[in-house]
Ligand binder design. Structure first.
Ligand code: FAD
Length: 420
């Protein structure tokens, strides 16, 4: 393998590039925009430097942590506030999210915190039907929605699972493929005989500690270190270069052609299966609001579909979630809300939504600064033709843990294949 051309300088392209460079392979990294990192980006709001996209990573498997340590940031890994998040049902007051659950699926469907959200009748139905059905029922489900609907019913799906996965994955449970989002769930269902028992057994075998972690100062520090490494190891980095065509052995950037093994780490080049892309609008508010010092909704609020109270889908109380951020904010509060639409007068909509979700008055004067960011999220997966390696979100699934692990294994496979 003489030379590799990596298309797309998000986290996937950066990790892949670094893995090859460490083995002495020469790499050109081609990025359409004027900066590297993709959806891992920073912005400054109210004088505070914040993550503008991803802000935590899943700890499962230890993949991200191993990379973060390798990049010299091991001492900077931080756990979020264990207080956890709340749920805003379609009607009625906000409630703490049920404790023993996975992707919103309750491990104990008749626990009080579950009954508080879905009611006694729905909780009993979920418990009895799931316990009585053989473990083979719905054990071949493709999506999370199909599995939960059949085993535990619509109320568990709509009131518990949907708000969580829509808030966390920006996707409906009916679009989330189980093999991507939780590959161990169906084998555990077959083994344990019920979905509730499967959840409990998976939770029992998960390592102690938080399911997610962050980096003091923000996840963009991972990108900073990756860039420093690939510059040091001599990557040829082309910013502001939009690739117009990829073929085995050739990448076209307008009139220019680059030759080498082609690796695509950007969406949109190949045949797609799944949904159209989704646009997510984020509103970040910096607030002077001492009422929030008590963290009235823990680390944030996930909103059930059909809420008449607010238009936001989720709210993160970032200064309650991350102690390092509270320290930097010096008594101010940072709150981030996400929207599936792009409301007119977003600052005003977000301020009133934040007040409703957090249960405190937030007058106009409390809003010190505001920022709006939009992200396009791929709703589908892609498959590359022979001779081209495809990595990133469209191949590995959403989330940094999936994407980083996939980049590293694909880079190792390429190295092995070219050596053999
Ligand atoms: C708002 C938001 C919050 C998120 N929060 C989390 C979180 O907390 N935890 C988590 O694990 N995940 C989170 N995610 C998901 C995670 O950030 C993404 O899955 C991941 O960053 C995607 O990385 P990637 O390298 O595959 O793609 P991207 O980051 O999209 O990078 C693709 C790159 O390719 C470039 N590109 C595109 N087309 C071309 C072209 N034609 N030529 C050259 N370059 C091109 C783009 O400019 C971009 O830089 C979040 C995502 C968003 C948007």
């Amino acid at each position: 393998m003489n030379h590799v051309v990596v298309v797309g300088g998000g986290i996937a392209g950066l990790v892949f590039t670094r893995t090859l460079l460490l083995e002495g392979v020469s790499v050109t990294l081609v990025e359409a925009s004027d900066r590297l990192g993709g959806s891992v980006a920073r912005h400054t709001v109210g004088g505070i430097v914040l993550d503008a996209g991803a802000e935590s990573y899943a700890t499962r498997g230890g993949t991200v942590e191993a990379l973060v340590r390798d990049l010299g940031l091991g001492d900077e890994i931080v756990a979020p506030n264990p207080a956890g998040a709340w749920l805003q049902p379609a009607d009625g007051p906000a409630l703490p999210l049920p404790g023993t659950s996975m992707l919103g699926i309750p491990g104990s469907p008749v626990a009080t915190d579950v009954i508080n959200v879905i009611g006694t009748g729905a909780a009993l139905r979920a418990f009895v039907v799931d316990a009585l059905m053989p473990g083979t029922v719905a054990s071949k489900s493709r999506t999370l929605g199909e599995l939960v609907r059949r085993r535990m019913g619509d109320d568990v799906l709509e009131k518990l699972v949907a708000p969580i996965v829509e808030g966390v994955h920006s996707a409906s449970p009916d679009d989330l493929l189980l093999e991507r989002v939780s590959p161990h769930l169906l084998p555990a269902l077959r083994r344990e005989g019920s979905l509730a028992r499967a959840v409990r057994s998976l939770r029992a075998t998960a390592p102690a500690g938080s399911a997610v972690a962050g980096v003091r100062g923000g996840l963009t520090r991972i990108v900073d270190e990756l860039i420093a490494d690939i510059e040091r190891f001599g990557a040829d980095i082309r910013l502001g270069s939009r690739v117009t065509r990829v073929e085995p052995g050739r990448v076209t950037i307008g009139a220019e052609i680059l030759e080498g093994q082609v690796v695509v780490a950007a969406p949109g080049f190949f045949e797609r299966t799944g949904d159209a892309d989704r646009v997510v609008t984020l509103a970040t508010l910096v607030l002077d609001a001492p009422e929030l010092d008590a963290h009235p909704r823990g680390t944030g609020v996930l909103v059930a579909r059909g809420s008449s109270l607010v238009r936001a889908r989720a709210l993160t109380h970032a200064t309650a979630k991350w102690a390092w951020l509270a320290e930097r904010a010096g008594g101010k509060h940072v709150v981030r809300l996400s929207y599936r639409e792009d409301p007119h007068d977003l600052a005003e909509v977000a301020r009133t939504d934040a007040a409703a979700l957090l249960g405190v008055p937030l007058e106009r004067g409390a809003l010190l600064d505001f920022a709006r960011v939009q992200w396009r999220r791929p709703g589908s997966t892609e498959v590359a033709p022979d001779g081209i390696v495809l990595i990133g979100e469209v191949a590995a699934g959403t989330g940094l843990a999936n994407i980083i692990g996939y980049s590293i294994t694909q880079a190792q496979t390429l190295l092995r294949d070219s050596a053999g």
